[in-house]
Design a protein around this ligand. Structure first.
Ligand code: LLP
Length: 400
C-alpha cells in the first residue's frame, strides 16, 4: 500500500494497521506453539475489527477491564476463550466477568468477592496470579514479576490462597498464572518463571492432592523497534519453554499442565505504523526540530519509557533532526537523529512499529483529536476507527 495515498485519503495523524500481517502473526503463534493456548492481550490494541480478526484466527483473548470485555462481547467473541484480568476489578466488573472462560484472581480478598457473585449451580473457572520473583522486561515501569510491585499473590501466600479457592464450591482452580514483565527479548526469564511455576503445581499437588490443569505464563514477548534490535525468538520460545515444563513435571511427578501465553505487543506492534505531516521546521540551539501534527497524545511511549523508534521522512535525507510533537511539553519528542535535514512543511512522516500500546494509550491531551485507525488488507484500505472530532471531545463536558 502507498502510505502517501492513505495519508491523502484519511488525513494525518493516522494509525495504519496491516490486517494481513496481524493475521499472519496469529498463525505464526499457533504454528510455533501447537499445544499451547494463545490468548491475545487486548490491552496492546483492541478495536472491534481486531477482536474479530483474533477470534477468526482461533486465538483466545485476555481482557483487563469491563471496557475491553464489553468490546469483546460486542463482536461475539466466544466467552469460553476470554480470560479476565485486573488487580482492582470493581464490583461491577467482577459481576460482569462471571461466565467468561477464566477469571484471573489477583489477591486473596477477590476469592470471596468472586465466589459470592457466581449464580447457584454454576462454577467459575479461575486462575491464581502468582508473583514468581523474577525480574525481566524493557523498563522498570513494565516489570511485573518481582515482589515489591502491585500484582499477584506472593509465593509465600499461595498455599493459603489455593486452600481458599478449593473450599469455595462456586470456583474451580483451573490454573496458576504469572506475568513477569513486558518487552522481554530472551527466552531465559520465561524458562526461569516456568520452573518456579511448576514447583508451585507440585506444591499444590502435595498439600492438597489436587492437579492444576493449566499454567498461564503471561505475555511480555518482546519485539524489535529499531533495525539493529531483535525481538523474542518465537521458534526458540515454542520449543524451549514447553520442554522445560515437561522435564520439570516429570522430575517432580506432576501431570503436565496445558500451557497458556498472553502476547499482546508481539502480535500487533510490527503490523502498525503512524503517519504524520510536518507542520514546521526550525533551527535553534544547534538543533533542527521538525514538528508534526501529532505527538505524545497518540504516542506517549517516548515520554513514559524512553522508547525509541525508527522514523522515515520519505524522499528526505541529510543532517539529523529531532522529530517533535505538537503538545505543550518539552518532552514531547517522537525521535532523535532522524536523517531528514531537508524536511519541509507538508512532508509525510512515517513512524514504524506503532501497532501496540499506541492507539490503546492515546489521549486527547490539549484537546487534540485522537487519530483514526485505518486497516489495510489485500491492497485496500478502510477505516476501522474514525478520527475523533471536536464534538466528541465536548460531548461529555456538561457545562456549568
Ligand atoms: N498479560 C498480562 C497479565 C499483562 O499485564 C500484559 C501486559 C500482557 C499479558 C501483555 O504483555 P505484552 O505481551 O504486550 O508485553 N504500555 C507498556 C506495556 C505494558 C504492558 C502491561 N501488561 C508499553 O507500551 O510498553
Amino acid at each position: 500500500m502507498d502510505l502517501a495515498d492513505i495519508a491523502r485519503r484519511f488525513g494525518t495523524p493516522a494509525y495504519v494497521v496491516d490486517e494481513d500481517a496481524v493475521r499472519a502473526r496469529c498463525r505464526d503463534y499457533l504454528a510455533a506453539l501447537p499445544s499451547v493456548t494463545v490468548a491475545y492481550a487486548g490491552k496492546a490494541f483492541l478495536t472491534q475489527a481486531m477482536a474479530s480478526w483474533v477470534a477468526e484466527e482461533g486465538l483466545s483473548l485476555d481482557v483487563c477491564s469491563g471496557g475491553e470485555l464489553t468490546l469483546a462481547r460486542s463482536v461475539g467473541f466466544p466467552e469460553s476463550r476470554i480470560i479476565f484480568h485486573g488487580n482492582a476489578k470493581t464490583p461491577a466488573e467482577l459481576r460482569d466477568a462471571v461466565g467468561v472462560g477464566r477469571v484471573v484472581i489477583d489477591n486473596v480478598a477477590e476469592i470471596h468477592r468472586l465466589a459470592a457473585l457466581v449464580p447457584v449451580g454454576l462454577r467459575q473457572d479461575v486462575y491464581l496470579r502468582v508473583t514468581p520473583g523474577i525480574e525481566a522486561g524493557g523498563h522498570a515501569a513494565i516489570r511485573t514479576g518481582s515482589e515489591g510491585q502491585k500484582f499477584g499473590i506472593p509465593l509465600t501466600e499461595l498455599s493459603d490462597a489455593v486452600g481458599r479457592v478449593l473450599s469455595q464450591p462456586e470456583l474451580r482452580l483451573a490454573g496458576l498464572h504469572c506475568h513477569i514483565g513486558s518487552q522481554i527479548t530472551s527466552v531465559a526469564p520465561f524458562e526461569e518463571a516456568a520452573k518456579v511455576m511448576v514447583d508451585q503445581l507440585a506444591m499444590v499437588r502435595e498439600r492438597f492432592a489436587t492437579t492444576v490443569p493449566e499454567l498461564d505464563l503471561g505475555g511480555g514477548h518482546g519485539v524489535a523497534y529499531l533495525d539493529d534490535e531483535h525481538g523474542l525468538d518465537l521458534g526458540h520460545f515454542g520449543t524451549a519453554v514447553p520442554k522445560v515444563v515437561a522435564e520439570r513435571c516429570r522430575r517432580l511427578r506432576v501431570p503436565e499442565p496445558r500451557l497458556v501465553v498472553e502476547p499482546g505487543r508481539a502480535v500487533v506492534a510490527a503490523a502498525g505504523v503512524t503517519l504524520y505531516r510536518v507542520i514546521s521546521v526550525k533551527r535553534q540551539g544547534g538543533r533542527t526540530f521538525v514538528a508534526v501534527d501529532g505527538g505524545m497524545s497518540d504516542n506517549p511511549r517516548p515520554a513514559l519509557y524512553g522508547a525509541r523508534y525508527s522514523v522515515a521522512v520519505p524522499g528526505r535525507s541529510g543532517e539529523p533532526v529531532t522529530i517533535v510533537g505538537r503538545h505543550c511539553e518539552a518532552g514531547d519528542v517522537i525521535a532523535e537523529n532522524v536523517a531528514a535535514g531537508d524536511a519541509r512543511p507538508g512532508d509525510l512522516v512515517v513512524v514504524r512499529v506503532t501497532g501496540a500500546y499506541h492507539h490503546a494509550m492515546g489521549s486527547s491531551y490539549n484537546l487534540t483529536c485522537r487519530p483514526p485507525v485505518v486497516a489495510v488488507r489485500g491492497g485496500t484500505a478502510r477505516l476501522i476507527v474514525r478520527r475523533e472530532e471536536p464534538a466528541d471531545l465536548m460531548r461529555r463536558d456538561v457545562g456549568r
